[in-house]
Design a protein. Structure first.
Length: 500
C-alpha cells in the first residue's frame, strides 16, 4: 500500500504552486477559481505561483485561447512569478517545449519495469470494453502485453508494430492525506494500466506530463478541481516509480449550477469573457469566486483580495460542491459598483456607453465632469457597468426624440390636471435662478406645491416622465440641473402636449 502524507519539512517560503491550463477554449470560471486559490495560497505563504501551459493537444490548441488565458489572468490580477512572458529558472513553461524531458523519463521507467509497451489495437480494446459492458463489470484494464518480456517487446518494436506505453499498476491501494478532504483511500483494482505515451509515437498524456513537469519545477502543493481526484493514485504511483517526493494535493469542490449539476454552458455562462462583456466588475468576480467553496467567517460576503489572501487556508475549503448562484453574483457586482468612486465608475462605464452609440469619446471627454456627475446620479441603480446606457440614454437625446416608457407614461396620465400643473410648474421654474442648487430648487418646489394644495405625486410622476421617460431614477431637480434648464423646459412642454 502506498502511503502519502502531508510534507512535514516544507518551509512556507519554499512553497511552490502552479496553474496549468490548456489553450483549447475560453477561460472557464472553474479555471479562474482554481488559479485564484493557488495564487492566494502562494501569496499567503510568501511562496511562488507558477503558470505552465499544457499545450500537447496540438489539434485543439489555438493562439486565441492562449492569449485569452494570459490576458484574463492578468486582468484578474493573478500575477504569476514564473511562466510565459515572465520566464524563470524552471522553464520552458510550454509542454511542447519539454518533450525531450518526457522521453528521458519514459526510458528510465521502461528500464525499471514500471512501464510496458501495449501493442493491442483500438479494435481489440473496443472488444474488451464491450465484453465488460455486457457483463456489467468494472474491471481495470490490464494489457495483454504487460507480461511480455523486454526482448519480445523490443522484437515487435523493431518489426514496426505500433504501440502505446502503459504504466504497470501494482496490487494494493493508495492512501493519502488531501488538504481539503482529509484521508483518502483508492484501491488499485479500480485503476487502469494507463497510457503515458499514445499509440504510434503520439504525444505523452496528461497524467504523465503533469508529474514530470511538477517534479522538474519543484512544485510542492497542487490545488485542483475535484474531477482530478481519480488521477491522484496514478500520479502518486508515478512519483514513487520516479523516486520523487510528491507534492501535497488538495481537491477543490466542483462548481455546480442550481440544478446541482456540474456548471457548464448548458446551465449558463461559464466563461470569464462572458462576465466581462456583461460588465461585471473585476473585484466582484474575484470575490464571488473566492466564495465558491470557501468562506471568511460564515457571515461576511464582501471582502478584499488582501483579506482573502490573509485568511486563506486550503483546510477551510468545503468538501461539498459549490453552488453557483447567479442572483448572488449580480448582487455582489452591484455592491462593488456602488462602492466605487464616481470617477472610477465613469471610466468603467465609458466603454459600454460608447458601444451603445450614445456619444463619442471626444464628446464625453470634453464634458467629463458632467459625465461623472451623471454617472453619480444613477450609481445606486447600477448592478453592472453595462446597465449604464439604459439609465443614461435620456440625457443624450433631444426633447422630441425622448421615448416614454409605458409604465412612466401610465403613471403620468393617471393624475387629473397633470398638464395644467406642469404648465404652472414650468412658469415657476423659469423664474428660478438657473444656477440654483438642485436641493434648494427641490425644497422650494415642495413648498410651492403645498401652497397650491397639490400632492407631490401629482407633479413629480408626470415631471419624471417628461424629463427622462422613465418611471424611476435620480432626484428630479438633479435631473433638471444635468439636462440644463432650457432642455428641461422643452421636455415639460412636450409632455404637456402629450397629455392634452
Amino acid at each position: 500500500m502506498l502511503l502519502i502524507g502531508l510534507p512535514s519539512d516544507e518551509h512556507p517560503l519554499s512553497m511552490r504552486v502552479r496553474i496549468a491550463p490548456s489553450p483549447t477554449g475560453s477561460v472557464h470560471l472553474g479555471l479562474c477559481r482554481t488559479a485564484l486559490f493557488n495564487w492566494a495560497h502562494a501569496r499567503h505563504a510568501g511562496g511562488t505561483f507558477v503558470l505552465r501551459i499544457e499545450d500537447t493537444d496540438i489539434e485543439r490548441n489555438t493562439p486565441e485561447s492562449l492569449a485569452a488565458i494570459l490576458e484574463g489572468l492578468r486582468w484578474l490580477g493573478l500575477d504569476w512569478d514564473e511562466g510565459p512572458e515572465v520566464g524563470g529558472e524552471h522553464g520552458p513553461y510550454f509542454q511542447t517545449q519539454r518533450l525531450e524531458n518526457y522521453s528521458k523519463d519514459v526510458e528510465v521507467l521502461l528500464a525499471a519495469g514500471h512501464l510496458y509497451r501495449d501493442f493491442s489495437t483500438p479494435e481489440q480494446q473496443e472488444v474488451w470494453r464491450a465484453e465488460q459492458e455486457q457483463r456489467k463489470q468494472r474491471v481495470a484494464y490490464r494489457g495483454a502485453d504487460r507480461d511480455l518480456s523486454p526482448e519480445a517487446s523490443m522484437e515487435r518494436v523493431q518489426a514496426g508494430e505500433p504501440f502505446a506505453v502503459r504504466f504497470r499498476i501494482p496490487e494494493g491501494q493508495t492512501r493519502f492525506t488531501d488538504l481539503v478532504r482529509g484521508e483518502v483511500t483508492l484501491p488499485h483494482g479500480e485503476v487502469d494500466d494507463w497510457v503515458l505515451v499514445r499509440r504510434g509515437g503520439g504525444m505523452p498524456t496528461y497524467n504523465f506530463t503533469v508529474v514530470s513537469d511538477d517534479m522538474a519545477m519543484g512544485i510542492t502543493c497542487v490545488l485542483r478541481g475535484e474531477e482530478h481526484l481519480v488521477n491522484t493514485p496514478k500520479q502518486l504511483l508515478l512519483y514513487e516509480a520516479l523516486g520523487s517526493e510528491p507534492p501535497a494535493f488538495g481537491h477543490l469542490p466542483l462548481l455546480l449550477g442550481k440544478d446541482r449539476r456540474k456548471l457548464s454552458k448548458r446551465t449558463g455562462d461559464t466563461s470569464l469573457g462572458d462576465y466581462r462583456a456583461k460588465g461585471y466588475p473585476r473585484g466582484a468576480i474575484l470575490n464571488f469566486l473566492a466564495l465558491q467553496g470557501w468562506a471568511l467567517d460564515g457571515e461576511t460576503e464582501v471582502f478584499s483580495m488582501e483579506t482573502f489572501v490573509e485568511h486563506f487556508d486550503p483546510a477551510q475549503v468545503s468538501k461539498g460542491g459549490a453552488i453557483f448562484d447567479p442572483d448572488k453574483f449580480l448582487w455582489l457586482a452591484g455592491e462593488y459598483l456602488r462602492a466605487e468612486s464616481p470617477a472610477d465608475l465613469a471610466e468603467h462605464c465609458l466603454p459600454f456607453v460608447l458601444s451603445e452609440g450614445l456619444a463619442s469619446q471626444d464628446e464625453l471627454r470634453g464634458r467629463w465632469d458632467w459625465f461623472v456627475q451623471l454617472i453619480q446620479a444613477v450609481q445606486e441603480r447600477l448592478s453592472l457597468y453595462s446597465d449604464a446606457p439604459k439609465w443614461l440614454a435620456p440625457y443624450f437625446v433631444g426633447a422630441q426624440d425622448l421615448v416614454y416608457e409605458t409604465k412612466a407614461e401610465k403613471g403620468a396620465r393617471k393624475h387629473e390636471g397633470a398638464g395644467d400643473l406642469l404648465m404652472a410648474f414650468a412658469a415657476w421654474l423659469g423664474e428660478r435662478p438657473a444656477s440654483e442648487d438642485p436641493a434648494l430648487t427641490g425644497a422650494a418646489a415642495r413648498q410651492w406645491l403645498e401652497d397650491r394644495g397639490a400632492k407631490i405625486g401629482s407633479l413629480f410622476q408626470p415631471l419624471r416622465c417628461a424629463l427622462t421617460g422613465q418611471p424611476g431614477g435620480p432626484d428630479l431637480f438633479l435631473i433638471i440641473s444635468l439636462l440644463g434648464r432650457q432642455e428641461a423646459l422643452l421636455r415639460i412642454e412636450r409632455m404637456v402636449g402629450a397629455l392634452a
